[in-house]
Every structure is written in structure tokens, then in C-alpha cells.
Design a protein around this ligand. Structure first.
Ligand SMILES: [Zn+2]
Length: 282
């Protein structure tokens, strides 16, 4: 009897056990993580949560996986995860545990911007509030299908590694919201590509983001592309990874041409650099 056959017999005779693996195991504000469940083919129900936030599992390899995000302002400490499965035979299985969230030092950016981009008159303030409300509603919309496949790609072909994620911003001497994306400096007109496959959820002209494209990758994951010179896609379009979606510009509140690239996962503002580093087989 070959070793492979022997192993197959042993596996088929063994009772199903729920094996849960987190990657990475230690988290920081802004991190994206994957949780993998193995050993349970054809399970009927797979659900779970991390820090009270639901995890959306999808079939992956010979098991299931889910992406989880830590918001950039999450506090260090211990967070609890929980997974519940009803296996192919109808048997309920449960597992739970904890993960550590460590602190992360973010840079402080002091910026001086033209007064009209900081001190907003009442109609502009209303516009900004409506735009941010619309974006929040969008990020809270969870498409039930996973569109992304494999690794996420840097959206501009420049050597700049990108910076500024989580930066505490002091603009014209006043503390403002932290910077929730990565800025890549690039010449105006540089092609901007989709970081992964998805559906174009929004193309617009917003006060701070300027011309923007938002891609829905499904299961609560969105990527954002701001300050574009132009957009080459329309709302509702399906896009493939590395498909050109627009060009770098300096529209909105920008001091020069650059791409502001950001990612939201179930409303957590995550570091897109971490998303790009996840090792995700096709
Ligand atoms: Zn930015």
C-alpha cells in the first residue's frame, strides 16, 4: 500500500476536527489578517467574529477563509475570535481564542494648505458632510460575492513605496482626522490600475478626494483611488486586477499630483500596504 493511500485511509477514518489558523497572529492598528479553516470540506454553515465584528467566510483551498481588518484607531489589547461550523454531517463545531493587538507609532504631519481648503463655508461644509455620509453608507454595504482573486497589486507603477498611512494630521495648526490611506507621488497622467478584481461602486467628484473611483471587491472590502485627473471606468463596470481605471492627478485637496490609495474592510480603515503584502494564492 502506498503512503498516499494509507494517509487517505487514515484521514477518512478520523473524525472531522476544526483547525483554525490566523495570519498574522499579532495585529496592529490598520492591519489586514486572514483566518483559515481547514479539515471541514462541504460544511453547511461557517460563521464567526473577531472583536465582535462578523467574519464572512468563503470557500478557500480545501477549507474556508475570511479577511479581517483592524481599524487604524483600534486600541492595543487582546481581542477574541470565535468560529462556528456545521459540518457536512450536520454536526456543530466551535472554536475560539484570542489575538494580540499591539500599538503602532504613526507619523505626525504638519501641513499648511490654502485657507479655503481648510476653513469651509456653510454650503461646502454641508457638501463635505453629505459626501462622507454617502461614503460611509457605501462601505457598510456588504456584497455577498467575493470578486477578488489572488494577490492585491500596487495601483501605480512607480518606485515610491507610498507613505502617510495613519499620519496624525495638523493642518494649519489644527488637529484633523488621521490620514486613512497611502500616498504615492507620481506624475500627472500616470495610469492607475485596479488593485484586484471587483465592481466599480462609485465614480465621483468630491470636495476632498477630488475625482475618485471606489471598487467593491465583495464581502465588505473596498479600495479607494483619490485625486484622479480622470476616471476611465463607470459605476457598475466589472474590472479585472491591473485594469486601468484612471490617471493620476491633483483634483480635490491635493498639494500636487499623487495617488491617494485606501482600503476599507467592513468599515475598518486598513493599511493598503498590508493588503498588498498578504500572501494570497489564486
Ligand atoms: Zn492622501
Amino acid at each position: 500500500m502506498s503512503l498516499a493511500v494509507l494517509l487517505a485511509l487514515l484521514v477518512s477514518a478520523a473524525p472531522m476536527t476544526l483547525s483554525v489558523r490566523w495570519e498574522p497572529r499579532v495585529l496592529h492598528p490598520g492591519d489586514a489578517a486572514m483566518v483559515f479553516l481547514t479539515g471541514l470540506p462541504d460544511s453547511k454553515i461557517v460563521e464567526g467574529s473577531l472583536a465582535g465584528q462578523p467574519l464572512t467566510f468563503f470557500p478557500y483551498g480545501d477549507g474556508y477563509a475570511a479577511l479581517a481588518g483592524m481599524d487604524l484607531e483600534v486600541k492595543p489589547g487582546t481581542v477574541t475570535w470565535r468560529v462556528g461550523v456545521v459540518d457536512a454531517g450536520g454536526r456543530p463545531l466551535k472554536a475560539s481564542g484570542t489575538l494580540q493587538v499591539r500599538g503602532r507609532k504613526f507619523p505626525v504631519q504638519r501641513l499648511t494648505l490654502p485657507k479655503e481648503m481648510v476653513e469651509l463655508d456653510a454650503p461646502t461644509l454641508r457638501r463635505v458632510e453629505e459626501e462622507s455620509k454617502h461614503l460611509r453608507t457605501l462601505y457598510a454595504t456588504i456584497s455577498p460575492e467575493r470578486f477578488w482573486r489572488g494577490r492585491f497589486t500596487k495601483p501605480v507603477g512607480v518606485s515610491d513605496p507610498g507613505d502617510g498611512f495613519g499620519a496624525r494630521r495638523i493642518i494649519n495648526g489644527l488637529v484633523r482626522a488621521p490620514h486613512a490611506g497611502v500616498d504615492y507621488s507620481a506624475d500627472a497622467g500616470t495610469p492607475v490600475v485596479a488593485a484586484n478584481a471587483g465592481r466599480v461602486a462609485l465614480v465621483g467628484e468630491y470636495f476632498f478626494p477630488g475625482r475618485l473611483v471606489v471598487i467593491d471587491h465583495g464581502l465588505g472590502l473596498y479600495t479607494l483611488y483619490f485625486h484622479l485627473e480622470r476616471a476611465d471606468v463607470a459605476e457598475g463596470d466589472r474590472v479585472e486586477r491591473v485594469q486601468i481605471i484612471g490617471r493620476v492627478g491633483s483634483s480635490g485637496r491635493a498639494t500636487g499630483p499623487h495617488l491617494h490609495f485606501a482600503a476599507h474592510l467592513r468599515q475598518a480603515r486598513i493599511d493598503p500596504a498590508g493588503l498588498l503584502q498578504l500572501k494570497l494564492p489564486e
